[in-house]
Design a protein around this ligand. Sequence first.
Ligand code: CP
Ligand code: NVA
Length: 307
Amino acid sequence: MKHFLTLKDFTKEEIFDIVELSRNIKKKFKDGICENLLQNKTLAMIFEKSSTRTRVSFEAGIYQLGGIGLFLSNRDLQLGRGEEVRDTARVISSMVDMVMMRTASHTHLMEFADYSAVPVINGLSDLYHPTQILADYLTMIECHKDKNPIVAYIGDGNNMAHSWLMLASKMGFELRLATPRGYEPNMMIYEDALNFAEESGAKIILMSDPKDAVSGADVVATDTWTSMGYEEEKQQRLKDFKGFCVDTALFSLAKEDAIFLHCLPAYRGQEVSDRVLECERSAVFLEAENRLHIQKGIMVWLVQKRN
Ligand code: CP
Ligand code: NVA
């Protein structure tokens, strides 16, 4: 049974398939057609962390396709009081058709998947945010930035940086990842990306100067400097990330028609300036909307795979 925990487990063809499926579902949705592709299906949505986009897109997404989503906060589940992950996985997966989990620990997510009788989707872990990166890829396609693009990711070597490493190395494009020293991505994930890049022809470059990374880029992406769970480091991070704000001066080094991406939530004046976030070439709200269509594509693909 296939889970959706990281793009590491997916081939280039499978990634294309899911994105194409999502594009078709989106097109029909925009034409007012909503097929019951997930009729009577139930999705359990476990949230150990806050969410706006992930929760709404999964819940609205499954409802629009004829199914139902159950919002399960860690504060209410026995999981939050110490019930074991493996017990929770066996119980919940005996009652639903799919599980989406947002957790602080990718290890917990893998354990959950090991014990689950149904497909598990990673709705963000400390290591990856795969549903987000597919929405980013769909946005790149819609903005005509998917043919041999140069992508510059500026900021923290976090779950989004890791997700960009997986996307670029699987799809075969150039990724320049600029982080302050001490905030580089996980080296094991970087090594994985280099291995995938050998096959796909991707170019993966780690940098410490955001200007070098953005120069001539087609896509400039960033994320918060303080991810959920790192709040205690916020003041230190504000100092360490100085010079890494995607502001007008930095963005102007990219190609004239470059787009700006951010998974949101954004912190204006920190990782991105208000002007860049609000400018014409900022695709962040299209990117956020695309979460809805991508979640549908992922869920339908997983269900079809099981049949
Ligand atoms: N980008 C994203 O996952 O947003 P939420 O945290 O609001 O779900
Ligand atoms: N890197 C951020 C992404 C939020 C959607 C976090 O993990 O908090």
